[in-house]
Design a protein around this ligand. Structure first.
Ligand SMILES: Nc1ncnc2c1ncn2[C@@H]1O[C@H](COP(=O)(O)OP(=O)(O)OP(=O)(O)O)[C@@H](O)[C@H]1O
Length: 593
């Protein structure tokens, strides 16, 4: 490709991105287009007023300085006061309008980004770290729109200021103006070369600041491990290395962009020198008056500030556009878990849930479940046991479609769950994990998450069934007691029972218990087990438990090792097979006890 072609295509890319970015952000500006338009209009007189001083110098020089006619100068103080008041008022109005529109746009964008985040699926959250999510779904949107709006405001007023000053230049002398304009154009040339290099640095900076946010999040979540293992120095070193990267990227950015200003300064300086050199001839031959020259020079010098500001603004606007590109990339993110057209509504499970030749892998060619066939009738309890990493959690995670099977299918009453409306499928499932996530807020709010419109009676019922009633009665604020973030002010058993109450109030026909009692001591386990017994009554249950004592009453026990069902049956039947994996597991637990 020739040099011109490269230049031409990079210019096209720049203009296209500019237009594309605007097209994308337009729906967000549209509802406020009147104010946005007004803000734009205000920028015209605000910028153009800069030229008044320069233009004024011509009659002033010709009348007062050259012709010595003082009467002309009488109104000047009044004019200056009036002019300043108008410009001050316009400045305030422009800042107000721009901030109003900008903040509206950025908060609307923030709302939509959060809405998008809520639609993302488990495979997405497995892949993205918390820092990247904060950065991409939150910080980027606010920084980009705020920077865009404020830079755009200055860009507009300074552009109008430049245009009006250029008009003054031409009104005074077209010959000198040509020299000045050529100098300005040359000064602007380097701007577009900067963009490509910036993009790379900006992308790296985003990764670095996402790492910093992640490190802060992990320090909060893992504070006990950090204290217990004296990891302060270790964490500090890791954080320092992130900060070093941030610093070197910031410097790289300065090196990439900050040469623009001095280069423009030098080119414009050469322009002023050329104008002065040529103007001697024009004045001597009487082609321009002294007033023309004074006004021209003032306009040219005044032009330097807005042009320089525009240079910086363009760099910042480009940064904002790069951020906007990234924001709109988020809106285009596709989830792996999708819904078919016209999905079936799941009202309740009537007959059975079946796994038919189900195979699954998180990563290509690393099968986690291999050709699983499994059937459970409604109201039955299926227990999953087996070696660690055998695929038990993975298997139950497939039922609410946290992940989709790659081969085979899971069916509810003969309907593939991929054909069921996701909302209705999940509405029929209550899950209790080993570590139930509790949200900041009150105990009541956390229980209500299972069913937002539950009645007081339903809440009390859930509390009783989860064996939480005595504990709640002992609290001064009862159900309205505020628990810390993630429920840190509760014990493990209490947290678990709040999770069970939440699952209970949902009243779903499928219950999944993923090691719901594994983290508890025997005493807490006994209470939680009672709560679980209430939860699973008359429902179809999948239970994963390491303690085999808790699964002895299951209708069917499945032993899952390395992704294969290696044995299945009732407890007593399985124990008869003295060479079988269940017997080995059972024996191992009793020997440990
Ligand atoms: N999100 C994930 N991404 C990639 N691999 C995963 C993911 N979750 C689990 N795995 C892998 O899948 C395999 C099965 O894990 P799974 O959690 O289903 O086993 P498990 O039988 O429940 O184990 P445990 O009894 O220890 O909880 C493991 O090798 C694990 O490393």
């Amino acid at each position: 490709m020739t040099k011109e072609k490269i230049t031409d295509s990079s210019r096209r890319i720049f203009i296209n991105t500019f237009v594309e970015s605007y097209k994308k952000i337009w729906p967000y500006v549209k509802p406020y287009s009147f104010r946005a338009f007004l803000a734009l209009l205000v920028a015209i007189p605000l910028g153009s007023l800069d030229a008044v001083i320069a233009w004024f110098l011509k009659p002033y020089t010709d009348n007062v300085i050259v012709a010595r006619d003082a009467s002309f100068a009488i109104y000047i103080p009044l004019l200056i006061i009036g002019f300043t008041i108008v410009q001050g008022g316009l400045n305030y109005f422009s800042a107000y309008l721009n901030t109003w529109v900008g903040t509206k746009v950025s908060t609307d964008l923030g709302r939509d980004l959060y809405k998008k985040l809520l639609t993302m699926d488990t495979p997405f959250f497995d892949k993205e770290n918390s820092g990247t999510i904060v950065q991409r779904f939150f910080s980027d949107a606010f920084n980009a729109t705020n920077s865009l709006i404020s830079n755009l405001r200055h860009f507009l007023s300074k552009t109008f200021s430049s245009i009006s000053l250029v008009v003054v230049l031409f009104l005074n002398s077209w010959q000198l103006s040509l020299i000045a304009v050529i100098a300005l154009l040359i000064a602007f040339l380097p701007i577009r070369y900067v963009r490509k290099r910036m993009k790379n640095i900006v992308n790296k900076s985003i990764v670095a600041s996402a790492e910093a946010v992640k490190a802060n999040n992990e320090t909060h979540a893992g504070n006990k491990i950090i204290s217990a293992y004296n990891l302060q120095d270790y964490q500090n070193k890791r954080y320092n290395s992130i900060m070093d990267t941030t610093f070197s990227l910031a410097i790289k950015m300065v090196q990439t962009t900050n040469w623009l200003s001095p280069v423009m300064h030098i080119v414009l300086g050469i322009g002023v020198a050329a104008v002065l050199f040529y103007s001697n001839n024009l004045i001597v031959t009487g082609k321009i008056t002294s007033g023309n020259f004074a006004s021209f020079l003032a306009a040219m010098l005044l032009l330097y500030t807005p042009i320089k500001t525009i240079g910086n603004n363009v760099v910042d606007i480009q940064k904002a556009f790069l951020a906007i590109e990234r924001i709109f990339e988020i809106f285009e993110l596709k989830t792996k878990i999708t819904e078919v057209k016209n999905p079936v509504e799941l009202i309740r499970v009537e007959k059975e849930i079946s796994f038919e030749n189900v195979s699954f892998e998180y990563e290509p060619n690393k099968p986690v479940l291999k050709d699983i066939n499994l059937k459970t009738e409604v109201g039955q309890t299926i227990a999953l046991v087996g070696n660690s990493g055998g695929g038990k959690s993975t298997l139950v995670n497939l039922i609410p479609r946290f992940y989709d099977v790659q081969k085979g299918s899971i069916k509810i009453d003969g309907v593939d769950i991929k054909n069921i409306r996701l909302f209705s499928l999940r509405n029929q499932i209550s899950i209790v994990f080993q570590d139930n996530f509790l949200f900041s807020g009150t105990i009541r709010e956390n229980i209500l998450l299972g069913k937002l419109n539950a009645t007081e009676e339903e809440i009390n019922n859930a509390v009783k069934s989860a064996h939480l009633d005595h504990f709640i009665a002992s609290l001064p604020n009862g159900l309205d007691t505020v628990i810390g973030e993630r429920g840190t002010t509760l014990s493990g058993g209490q947290r678990q029972r709040v999770g069970i109450a939440r699952a209970f109030i949902r009243n779903a026909c499928i219950v999944i218990l993923d090691e719901a009692t594994s983290a508890l001591d025997n005493k807490s386990e006994a209470v939680v087990q009672k709560a679980i017994d209430n939860l699973v009554k008359n429902r179809t249950v999948f239970v994963i438990a390491h303690r085999l004592s808790t699964v002895q009453n299951a209708d069917k026990i499945i032993v899952l090792n390395e992704g294969n069902i290696v044995e299945e049956g009732k407890h007593e039947e399985l124990l008869k097979n003295l060479n079988g994996p269940y017997y080995t597991l059972y024996n191992a637990q009793f020997k440990h006890k």
